[in-house]
Design a protein around this ligand. Structure first.
Ligand code: ATP
Length: 640
C-alpha cells in the first residue's frame, strides 16, 4: 500500500553536496597547514641539533637492511624495471586531501610506516632527506572535536500541517441541523440523547467521513480509495460519536449482513462502553452490533457472530467491537467469521494500540480482509484486494476499499510508529497546540516534546507531601472537597489494594478498588456502582485511565505520580469531560517535583498550581488513621 513518505531527520548528509565539498576543502586546507608547520618545526630542530647526533642517527639507520620495494600488485619489482614513483610524503596535497576523517588505529600505523620508509630511501627532492635527518613517524589525528549538528525532526506534510479543529466544547458549537448530511433518524436519536449541537471534532470529522462513504461500500469517484483519518482531540471532546454516527449511517442501507465495521479498543471496559453507544444509534435499524472481548466464553461470542446454515455460515453482525487478543482468536477459530467485506477499521486509543502492535493483530486483520479463497474470479462483480495503482483495468470492476480511522487524545506524532498502521494518504484532524516538527524542519520545535490539548474546564494542582502522609492527603482531599465521585490512580495493583484496605479501615468513605486483581464481571459491577454514585472513591490502576466515561467525576487524584505525560493526560481526562469542570491533584514527593513539573510543562499543561496541605489540617485525621493502620497490620498478619 502506498504510504506516506517518512523523511524523518535531516542530518549532515542532507546539508547538500556543495556544503559537503566546502567542509572537505576546509578540513584539507587545515590539515595541509598543520603538516607544513610541522615540517618547518622539524627543519628548525635539525638546524639546531649537533651534527654528531645527526651522523650517529644516520649511521644507525644505514645499518638496517633495506626493504624490498614492491609494486602495488605485491610482486617484487624487476631490477631492470623503471622505478615507480614513490607515494607522496604525508605533507603532500593528495594525502592532505584524503585526511578529512581521523584515521583509525591501523591506518595510523600504515601511514607511519610509509613515512618511515620514505625517510629511509634516498631520494631527490627535499634536502633534509638527503642529509639523513632522524626519521620521525608523523601521526595524524588530534583534530579538535566538532559538535554534531542538531538533528531536525522532519514530519510528513500530513502530520506537520493537520486540519485544525476547535478545542473548546463550550463555544462555536455546530447545531445538529447545520449538518444536513446526517440522516434524520440519527439526528433524532442525537436529540433524544440530549445532544443539540456537535462538538468541534464531530463537526469536522462527521461530514468528511460521510463524504468519503458517499460511494457506499465501494471506492469513490474515479476509482480513488478514501483517505485514512487520524483524529487527535482532548479527552471528553466527543471522539466516540465522531465515528459512531458516520459508520452507522454508511451501513444503514446495507442489504446483506456482513462485518463491515470493526472497532478495536485496548480494554474490555472501553469496548463495552463503545458497544453501548453503537447500540443506542443502531436501535430500530436492521444493523447488529457484536461485542467480542473475552468476557464471555468463546462459543458464546461465536454464536453472536455467525450462524451455521444448510449452505454454510450466515453472518450475524454488521459492526464488531473487539479487543485485539479476542479478535485474533475469532479470526483463527471461528468458522465462517469473515472480514472480507470490511469497509471501516476504527482504532480507538490509537497510540496505545500502536504500542500493542507486537501482538500483530493488525497484520492478521488486514490478511483476513484481503483473504482470497480459491482463484480470483475475473468476472466477479466486486473486487477486493490491497491497494494498487489506479489504471483502466483496475477501475473496470468496482473495488471495495478498507478505510482506517484512528482516534486518540494523545495520538503519536512519530511517523515510524504510525507507519506500522499502513495508512493510505492519511489526513490528520488535530486540536494540538503546536506541531512537534515541521515539514522540512524549518520551524521544528523539539524531537520528543509536542503539546497535548487539555479540557478547558480542568484545573491542575500538585500537592507536595511526604511518603508517609500520602494516604492522609488523599483522605483530606476526599473529605474536605465533598465531591460525589473521586477517582484515585496508583501505579500498581498492589498500591491500589493497600490504599483501598487502609481507607476502608479508616471508614467514613464508600470506597472500592478497580484493577486486574478482579474478574471482568466484578470490574463491570464496580464501575456500575461508581457510576450510580454508590461508591464515592474509586481507587484504580491505569485500567480506567483511558476512555472510561463516567458522568460526574469531579476530582481525579494521582496518588502515585504518573511516569509519562501521556498517562497524565488520560488519567486527568476522566474529569472535566464534555465541557464540564473538574480538578486534578497529583501527590508529589520532594524528589519527584522537578521532573514532574518539567514533564507537565512539556506536555502543555496551561497552569499547574501548588496546593499545600499543612500538617495542622491533617492532624485531626491522625488518631483514626493510626487505628486504621494498626487494624490493617493485624489483618495482614492474620492472612499471612
Ligand atoms: N455533541 C455533544 N454534546 C453533548 N455531549 C456530548 C456530545 N458529544 C459527546 N458528548 C458526551 O461527551 C462525553 C465524552 O465523549 P467521548 O467519550 O466520546 O469523549 P472522547 O473524546 O472519546 O474522550 P476520551 O479521549 O477520554 O476517550 C460523553 O459522555 C458523551 O456522551
Amino acid at each position: 500500500m502506498a504510504l506516506f513518505h517518512v523523511a524523518r531527520y535531516s542530518g549532515p548528509e542532507e546539508a547538500g553536496p556543495a556544503q559537503a565539498e566546502t567542509d572537505t576543502d576546509g578540513r584539507a586546507r587545515k590539515l595541509l597547514e598543520r603538516l607544513q608547520s610541522r615540517a618547518r618545526e622539524r627543519q628548525q630542530q635539525r638546524r639546531s641539533a649537533p651534527s654528531q647526533a645527526i651522523a650517529e642517527a644516520a649511521g644507525k639507520r644505514r645499518r638496517r637492511p633495506r626493504r624490498r620495494r614492491r609494486g602495488s600488485s605485491g610482486e617484487p619489482e624487476s631490477p631492470g624495471a623503471p622505478r615507480r614513483k614513490r607515494p607522496k610524503a604525508a605533507g603532500s596535497g593528495a594525502d592532505a586531501g584524503r585526511g578529512d576523517e581521523a584515521p583509525e588505529e591501523g591506518a595510523v600505523h600504515a601511514k607511519a610506516e610509509t613515512v618511515e620508509e620514505a625517510s629511509e630511501t634516498p631520494r631527490e627532492g627535499p634536502p633534509e632527506a638527503a642529509s639523513g635527518a632522524p626519521a620521525r613517524a608523523l601521526l595524524l589525528g588530534g583534530f579538535e572535536r566538532r559538535r554534531a549538528p542538531k538533528v531536525q525532526p522532519l514530519l510528513p506534510t500530513w502530520l506537520a500541517k493537520p486540519r485544525r479543529v476547535g478545542k473548546s466544547v463550550t463555544e462555536h458549537l455546530v447545531p445538529i441541523q447545520d449538518i444536513p448530511e446526517v440522516h434524520p433518524d440519527l439526528q433524532r436519536k442525537l436529540q433524544a440523547q440530549g445532544i443539540s449541537s456537535y462538538f468541534p471534532v464531530q463537526a469536522a470529522v462527521i461530514p468528511t467521513l460521510l463524504q468519503s462513504a458517499a460511494g457506499g461500500f465501494l471506492v469513490g469517484r474515479g476509482g480513488f480509495w478514501p483517505r485514512d483519518l487520524c483524529v487527535s482531540a482532548p479527552t471528553g471532546s466527543g471522539k466516540t460519536l465522531a465515528f459512531v454516527i458516520p459508520v452507522v449511517q454508511a451501513l444503514l442501507h446495507r442489504v446483506v449482513c456482513h462485518v463491515r465495521a470493526l472497532v478495536v479498543l485496548p480494554t474490555k471496559e472501553l469496548a463495552q462502553q463503545v458497544c453501548r453507544v453503537f447500540h443506542i444509534y443502531t436501535a430500530a435499524t436492521p444493523l447488529h452490533v457484536a461485542l467480542v472481548t473475552g468476557q464471555k466464553a468463546l462459543a458464546k461470542e461465536q454464536e453472536s457472530l455467525v450462524q451455521r446454515t444448510a449452505n454454510g455460515y450466515r453472518c450475524l453482525a454488521d459492526i464488531v467491537v473487539a479487543t485485539p487478543g479476542r479478535l485474533v482468536d475469532h479470526i483463527d477459530q471461528t468458522p465462517g467469521f469473515s472480514l472480507q467485506q470490511l469497509r471501516f477499521l476504527v482504532v480507538d486509543e490509537a497510540d496505545r494500540m500502536v504500542d500493542s502492535m507486537h501482538q500483530s493483530w493488525l497484520p492478521r486483520v488486514v490478511a483476513a480482509v484481503f483473504r482470497c479463497e480459491g482463484p480470483a474470479d475475473p468476472c466477479a462483480l466486486f473486487q477486493r484486494g490491497p491497494l494498487r495503482a489506479v489504471t483502466a483495468a483496475s477501475t473496470c470492476a468496482p473495488q471495495m476499499p478498507l478505510q482506517k480511522l484512528l482516534f486518540s487524545a494523545t495520538l503519536t506524532q512519530n511517523p515510524e510508529k504510525l507507519q506500522q498502521l499502513g495508512l493510505y494518504q492519511p489526513q490528520l484532524f488535530s486540536t494540538g497546540l503546536e506541531s512537534k516538527g515541521s515539514e522540512g524542519g524549518v520551524d521544528a520545535a523539539e524531537d520528543t516534546g509536542g503539546k497535548y490539548a487539555f479540557p478547558e474546564g480542568l484545573a491542575h494542582h500538585y500537592v507536595p507531601c511526604k511518603l508517609s502522609a500520602k494516604p492522609l492527603a488523599v483522605l483530606h482531599l476526599v473529605l474536605t472537597t465533598q465531591f460525589s465521585r473521586v477517582l484515585c490512580f496508583t501505579n500498581s495493583r498492589e498500591n491500589s489494594h493497600r490504599l483501598f484496605l487502609l481507607i476502608q479501615a479508616f471508614g467514613g468513605v464508600s470506597v472500592a478498588e478497580f484493577s486486574s486483581r478482579h474478574a471482568p464481571s466484578q470490574r463491570k459491577k464496580i464501575l456500575k456502582q461508581f457510576e450510580q454514585g454508590k461508591v464515592r472513591l474509586l481507587i484504580s490502576t491505569d485500567a480506567t485511565a483511558r476512555g472510561i466515561d463516567v458522568q460526574g467525576v469531579e476530582l481525579v487524584v494521582n496518588y502515585d505520580a504518573p511516569q509519562y505525560a501521556r498517562t497524565y493526560v488520560h488519567r486527568v481526562g476522566r474529569t472535566a469531560r464534555a465541557g464540564r469542570a473538574g480538578r486534578a491533584f497529583t501527590l508529589l514527593l520532594r524528589v519527584q517535583e522537578q521532573k514532574f513539573l518539567r514533564m507537565l510543562a512539556g506536555a502543555g499543561v496551561p497552569e499547574l498550581r501548588r496546593h499545600e496541605v499543612p500538617g495542622e489540617l491533617l492532624q485531626p485525621l491522625v488518631p483514626r488513621y493510626e487505628a486504621a493502620l494498626a487494624q490493617l497490620e493485624r489483618t495482614v498478619r492474620v492472612r499471612a
